[in-house]
Design a protein around this ligand. Sequence first.
Ligand code: NAD
Length: 490
Amino acid sequence: MKTSLFPTEIPNWIDGQQRPAISCEWFDKLNPADGRLVCRVARSLTKDVHQAVQAAKRAQPSWADTPPVQRGLLLHKIVLGMEARQREIAQTVALETGKSYRDAYAETSGAIALGLFYAGEGQRLYGRTTTSGICDRFAMTIRQPIGVAGLIVPANTPIANLAWKIFPALICGNAVVLKAAEDTPATAWIVGHITHEAGLPAALLNIIQGYGEEAGAPLVEHPDVGVISFTGSTAVGRDIQRVAGERLAKVSLELGGKNPFVVCDDADLENAAKWALLSAFSNAGQRCASGSRIIVFDVVYDQFRDMVVSRAKHLKIGSTDDDDLGPVINEAQLNRMLSAVEGARQKGASILTGGYRLTDLTHRDGFYMAPTMIENVGPHDDISTTELFGPIACLYRVKDFAEALALANDSLYGLTACIHTRNLHRAIQFTQKVQAGVAIVNAGTYGSEPHMPFGGLKQSGNGSREPGTEALDVYSHLKDVYININPHEV
Ligand code: NAD
């Protein structure tokens, strides 16, 4: 256990202090790469959440009165703290997720870039000035904080997930209560530590550790939490929408995906194969934007399938910088995937490669799934419709563009979509017609930039977009202001 990076027992951050759960209970967090104990984690319950919300509520008004430019300067200090501790953050992310240090470091760079973007937004927290239809009247909008923001995140890209929500929530003048992902508690703890060191006033960022139903649900239910921003599964998101909807709280949902990756007959197959593998297997497939449905034109299907299957067989699996993919986050997740593949096999699917847990000496203590490619599955089979959140992709054969587009859109989800083609007309038609919040030409199904709005259609979200300036709409209210003057009193 590496105790120097973070405490062996991860407490909550409430009101600027580190506190164990009131129940004094802890749960174990294991390293997915070797199954060993990383740390014990505070098992928080409703009372802990209530303390955090009360603290946030007390602290928020003076933060709201702090000019946004000054808020931005403070966020900038946090970003500098993240830069100074980038190695530690990356080591922690790697230890908690089992991904390589290289990938964890790159993820941390992304989180830093995002923090910089929002620090700058303090100087650009624009409203709108416009004309009025009435004489001697001026019309404008201003942004106002919501109050307490309840943030709930998953574990797949932990430092990025935290940055995506904390920075925009704070720049808008809110106080935050964050429910950390139970599988990546230490990354959240380090962020709490850095913000504390940077001088963020106590209680503006409270971090609650614990399980979703025990520590996440009370946050969603709390009447003083004005906005809930949730990233996670569609099933939980639907529940959150319902519960928060009862009290008409604002809700932003970034949910799951079953994203199509289309390979046309005119594609650069080398480039397409490279991106198909990255989309399906990088981060062990634990991406909302992973390319899990690979849709290939009949004419090139056999050739493309052979290319990706033979390459998938040679991917290096492990958690070093030389490896291509690591373990999945926990054993329960691994077992869910294994039974999904088994279910597909029983229904007649062909497992082209993978489909099993790695049990050799190097991998047997970790939660490693062999990269898995499957064919001969129907578009409505469970394996085609259920998000598996692991290194599993299905291949589908289609006649032409129309069939590819129809299959791409034949999904309950609509997060990201990608097409590989050299034909400009096909490419643009796809970006226009595919039912997804993100459409990509000639690369992977994943990858986003701090200033761009990410989010999905259908069951991939509720229409909100984060990050980009669009996230400011999630974390602030717009107020219309009308100023009437009397020119005779000049
Ligand atoms: P999950 O929904 O099980 O958990 C996500 C978070 O919600 C965790 O912190 C968990 O503790 C909490 N939670 C669980 N039940 C809760 C409840 N009843 N009330 C409040 N909080 C609760 O998801 P997961 O398996 O941890 O993460 C994977 C999912 O996240 C996938 O569906 C993936 O597509 C999605 N995801 C989406 C995006 C996006 O931007 N659209 C990004 C990353 C991951």
